[in-house]
Unconditional design. Sequence first.
Length: 95
Amino acid sequence: MYEDCVACGQYYEPEVGFYWGAMYISYGFSTGIVFLTGVLLYYLANDPPVWVYVTAVAAIVVALTPLLFRYARVVMLYFFAGIRYDSTLVSRPSS
């Protein structure tokens, strides 16, 4: 992740340790994925053995870790730092 926005220069870390709270947001995302995967396996796979649950959840969470990391930081910026996206600052490619 860049240290500041390439379009507007907004610094992405408002204070030291700001993103420690993003760990909790990421944990919430992971918990939702575990719950959703468990429910889907229960109903769609007709309650498979426990090893199927563990393997499926582990594979899905590990595969989605880069997205969870990034989106947790974005949520942290939007809700707790007051930073908002401004589409007018994005440079448009010339045609």
